[in-house]
Ligand binder design. Structure first.
Ligand SMILES: *Cc1c(COP(=O)(O)O)cnc(C)c1O
Length: 368
């Protein structure tokens, strides 16, 4: 039937009236420009475990004929062993972004607003909008600290990044526990994307609180952002609900090489400790040098520093750095617009950043 033949009175309905319209998340730039210093998306400056390289070299493409293991058992087992939890307490996904999206879809269905801070990972409000979940964003205090009382009110769920991004601040476990204990009626997610760089994990609390889920990623401390692996650890009951939704959506999200290489990476504890140790040492050096250049920042427990200069506006520095081929992240906005989020790179990258800043800031004429 031609559209013009319709006689049911729907001739004027546009196909676009049924579109789910969303404003997508804006990821940090992945510039193609060669030779740049990339300190804008919190990737690890070191390669993944050499065990991954070995497996990649030996990879037998014949396995690609077959569907991958929908349970990603090898990977789940490696995570369960590393964290001393049951395999029924682990859920894996294609990056923690995938895990978090599944968690929102599974648990935030009460119609009551979910809660997360005004300054935090900017994907949370995107998922809430995508899934039609109402939300409210209590303000962090003037030092960017979490106000725990704001999370002890009626809500439909809670998501807290700890350490937080882009501030780098780690809240003590006692605050996280009070929030989990004070909300038996909702699911509480702790997004621990940066915990390995010096935060305190809420993992020990999952045995005590069935409503608590801890989410981590291979993208930062495990140097595998390009592979896309994230995971949640929680009570067998919560993980069971999450799996039911995942298997109602797409059973085969994680490919065979990812499952094998991810498991190899998780098993290489010595390499992981060494890499994280180097990043933490460089971070402490970066903090010291930035301070002496007139920057201030919250105490970072992550692989980035959220820094503001006493004299020169962040936007100006951001643009000058970019012109020099040094990419950092800038978040316009009332409370964040005078800060740069600088990823901790290698020693050499950090030196290059610092020499540029030393030169730029010493010219004196800049906003003097
Ligand atoms: C990087 C990041 C993620 C997402 O990481 P994936 O690469 O999707 O695993 C999630 N939460 C926070 C706070 C992050 O910074």
């Amino acid at each position: 039937m031609k559209q013009t033949d319709r006689t049911d009175g729907r001739e004027n309905a546009s196909w676009e009236s049924g579109v789910r319209r969303v404003v997508p998340y804006t990821p940090g730039e992945q510039p193609k420009r060669p030779g740049i210093i990339k300190l804008n998306t919190n990737e690890c400056p070191y390669p993944p475990s050499p065990r991954v390289k070995r497996l990649a070299a030996e990879f037998e493409t014949d396995v690609l004929r077959l569907y991958p293991d929908p349970e990603a058992s090898l990977l789940v087992k490696s995570i369960a062993e590393r964290f001393h939890v049951g395999e029924d307490q682990v859920f894996v996904g294609v990056g923690s972004d995938d895990v978090l999206a599944m968690v929102f879809l599974t648990f935030f269905n009460t119609g009551r607003p979910i809660l997360f801070p005004d300054i935090t990972y900017s994907f949370y409000d995107v998922w809430a909008n995508l899934f039609g979940i109402p939300f409210s964003r209590p303000a962090l205090d003037e030092n960017f600290r979490l106000v725990k009382e704001d999370y002890l009110t009626e809500n439909g769920g809670i998501v807290i990044a700890n350490p937080n991004a882009p501030t780098g601040i780690s809240e003590p476990l006692s605050v996280i526990e009070e929030i989990a204990a004070g909300n038996p009626g909702s699911l509480v997610i702790i997004d621990e994307a940066y915990v390995d760089f010096g935060g305190t994990s809420a993992l020990p609390l999952v045995e005590k609180y069935e409503n608590l889920l801890v989410v981590q990623t291979f993208s930062k401390s495990r140097a595998m952002a390009g592979m896309r692996i994230g995971f949640a650890i929680g009570s067998p009951k919560a993980i069971g609900y999450l799996r039911d939704v995942k298997f109602s959506f797409n059973s085969y999200t994680m490919d065979a090489p990812t499952i094998a290489w991810g498991a190899a990476s998780m098993a290489d504890e010595a390499y992981f400790q060494e890499t994280v140790g180097k990043v933490v040492d460089t971070r402490e050096y970066l903090k010291k040098e930035l301070s002496s250049l007139g920057f201030s920042f919250p105490d970072s427990r992550t692989n980035f520093v959220f820094a503001s200069h006493e004299r020169v506006p962040a936007k100006e520095l951001f643009e000058a750095l970019k012109e020099a081929g040094i990419y950092v992240r800038y978040f316009p906005g009332e409370r964040t617009g005078n800060y740069l989020r600088i990823t901790v790179g290698t020693k050499e990258q950090t030196e290059a950043l610092l020499s540029f800043l030393r030169e730029y800031l010493k010219e004196g004429k800049k906003n003097a």
